[in-house]
Design a protein around this ligand. Sequence first.
Ligand code: BES
Ligand code: MN
Ligand code: ZN
Length: 509
Amino acid sequence: MSDRLEITFSPLNAEPETATVVFAGDGLVLGAKARELETKSASAISKAAAAADFKGKYKSSIEILAPAKIGIERLIVSGIGKIGALTEQQAVDLGGAIVGAIQARKSSAASIIVDVDGTEALSADEIAALIAQGAMLRHYNFKKYLTKKSSEDAADKDGLKKLVIQVPHPDKAKAAFQPLKAVANGVNLARELVNEPANILGPVELAEKTKSLEKLGVSVEILDVKDMEKLGMGSLLCVGQGSVRPSRLAVMVWNGAKGAKKQKPICLVGKGVVFDTGGISIKPAAGMEDMKGDMGGAAAVIGTMHALAERKANVNVVGLVGCVENMPSGNAVRPGDIVKSMSGQTIEVINTDAEGRLVLADVLWYAQEQFKPKLVIDLATLTGAIMVALGKEYAGLFSNEDKLADELLSASRSTGEKLWRMPLDKAFDKMMDSKNADMKNAGGRWAGSATAAAFVQRFVQKDTPWSHIDLAGTAMDGNRNDINQSWGSGWGVRLLNAFIAEHHEKGEK
Ligand code: BES
Ligand code: MN
Ligand code: ZN
């Protein structure tokens, strides 16, 4: 990972760094420590606030340079809005916004003094932990291939390196940070995988990345081409056959559920197309470089598995990622070719650029056969059409079960990773019928995301609760925000983690 940020928690009476952030609520209400600095500095905060018309509005801020007598060079006063009303997500976003503000000033070390509580359920220590998570997410960048140290964009030599968060109870804040840090590490891992170019991250390399989860207690198995041939995965394999780099299927098993009764796992399936040229149905040149991110679904699955294992989640989850490269060549699959999937169903390949669904077909089938899961969620950068429908702010959600869809939608609301439910319909399914095989892989011009979902559903067994998330618009080059400045967004890790934490851990709700 690029440029590490060291985050520590220390008591309120510690000596702050030369760049220090304090909070002010609506009406310029200050916490105990901030009041102390205010008094010592002969009211530097209220004087500057009056001059700048700063009233403590959430996410507004002022900066006081070299206030008298407190030994701080740069005092940033950050608004948190109505006292006692700060929510978890607001605290995370605030952490991101603060790091953005500090980075703009080029300080290499900073203190944040957290001496105010949030909502009733949120102590100052917990706010500090959430701020730390926001800081980690905001700090991530992908500059490791920039070598010119002098340029503005170069490997951030002078960036923020050290963040000390001062709190009432450092031990409590540190404990609250542990699971939040695990999730941020998962998000940043997913981002890194999406940002990494395809010459570095081929299908074999992507699959190998899952091995890094073994040290967290995840069992990893990697199936190679021979293994998949034996299983009859003609659908997945036809996508990779044009590439000189062989396909892989990586299977990550996290058995974290405590208690005697063996709990059925949740399966998370990811599309891991390391590069999508379109194959023989080749894509236009403009913007094709973005197709290095066509493994955003796989990245979200790997990042989620990392988060769950690092925070030792009390749940059984299996992550499966189909890793392939879609290339044109003398050996590539052709339009008109008919392949047989592991399910036994045959597919006429009408368009070799509709490859993601061919990968999902076999990985989904394998997941259900092998693990008999209680539910399956697949994530895929599946269609350009989902961006036409929902833009770059929402991912599309398709589901054969309302309960599962509602749980995902509620996790979506609590994390801010937006989902919009889209229709499954017999009419869309019918559009995938073929004269020459059981189905074709492309349904024509209309409802491109819904016909893709209908295709994928043909590989979901009766009685398996299933959701399909099309994140083509959000996995890469999504709208930048307080907690993400990266092209590869890591979208989905926070959503899936919250979905599991809120609905599938510590007994069913
Ligand atoms: N990987 C693409 C979808 C995509 C497009 C993701 C843009 C991210 C940004 C997918 O494999 C694809 O090419 N889909 C085709 C399907 C069509 C041929 C039926 C599409 O959306 O055009
Ligand atoms: Mn494609
Ligand atoms: Zn694709």
